[in-house]
Design a binder for this molecule. Sequence first.
Ligand code: ARG
Length: 457
Amino acid sequence: MSKLWGGRFTKETNKLVEEFTASISFDQKLALQDIEGSLAHVQMLGECEIIPVEDVEKIKQGLLDIKQMVLAGELEFSVEHEDIHMNIEKQLIDLIGPVGGKLHTGRSRNDQVATDMHLYLKGKTEELIGLVEAVQSALLAQAKENVETLIPGYTHLQRAQPVSFAHHLLAYFWMFERDKERLQDSLKRVNWSPLGAGALAGTTFPINRERTAELLGFEKVYPNSMDAVSDRDFIVEFLSIASLLMTHISRLSEELVIWSSQEFQFIELDDSFCTGSSIMPQKKNPDVPELLRAKTGRVYGNLIGLLTVLKGLPLAYNKDMQEDKEGMFDTVETLEGSLKLLAPMMDTMTVKKENMKQAVQQDFSNATDIADYLVTKGIAFREAHEVIGKIVLYAIQEKKYLLDLTMAEYKQFSSLFEEDIFEVLAPEHVMGARKSFGGTSPEQVKVQIGMAEETLT
Ligand code: ARG
């Protein structure tokens, strides 16, 4: 019986059971974190005189050798040893002999796996914060080039009021800023050390949990051993932040798809970020933003999956919790891939300023400004709204835009109209007039760019 827990058993494990219960096919991703956790644990065991210092040195050397094997892709994993923890422990014993068996003193796989997951998520969260920042930089760079670029602003996907293209892009900058803040904030909770909680109740050995936390760079120690081994809320939190981040990515992606369509032609994605059709030679498909939009589904799925696994689980550790890993890895990898593509795709897209401007000239998105014009002449807004409604209706019937109507035509609706109405209705003026804080006037957009720059430094 070569299993590390084989002592109590009289029969070999059924092969199907072995395969069904093993997690090594996916938790091998935690190999480096597992070794890091073990190095800290064994160091502490030595310092607390729980095992002799010579043994500590042998175990450490063995672990470092295994780390080299992992880095070189040479460590072979076996389903027979179930998970990453036992695969590494078995390897250690094979490498340095029975002294390797002392590593697991005062520890359980339950606090071990929780430690690995905290270490993994801590590293990945920090990396993802950097990747979100790269997307923000790309958005900011495009915004700086497009402060004066007019684009129709929409509500209900109907032309509403013209806005600066920079303003539109910066809306996403701030969404990503809050996502980043959420990730940063979550680190507070990922930074708790479960190590030393044992199987669930703590350990009889005089361990020092503060010391292992310190060695691993954790800020805090879980004060309750049962909580430490059964809590996965730090993963749920990560998955929910990731879901929101993906929501933002999918909205931006959808805009890129729309804007690059023949109907809009507001932007063109770089050839290197598009693919062709196997049958229609003229096509250039925005596959990347389409997939970014779609991958949101699996990220939401991973969140719901873990919430469902945890719901109603009694304390403390249950094997159910092994199901926390694949969804988390998948979400991390999906985000890494998505963010890494989004930044250069935004950087390399061509903004078709002329087309955007033309679009703005061919709509009624300056209508609010005639109403505001009449209000400045003393009419109540509601009344002015009514007058403009009639003007718009008249213009539609005449197949004209508001700037095409003559002074005489305007006068038919109100004697208050004067020549300056044509200035007021120019799209540049309409955009420039929205000078309230956070508004779309180039003046305000520049203020916003200053704030964005400050945020990134
Ligand atoms: N592979 C297990 C997991 O991922 C490790 C913890 C196993 N603990 C246990 N008591 N069987 O959850």
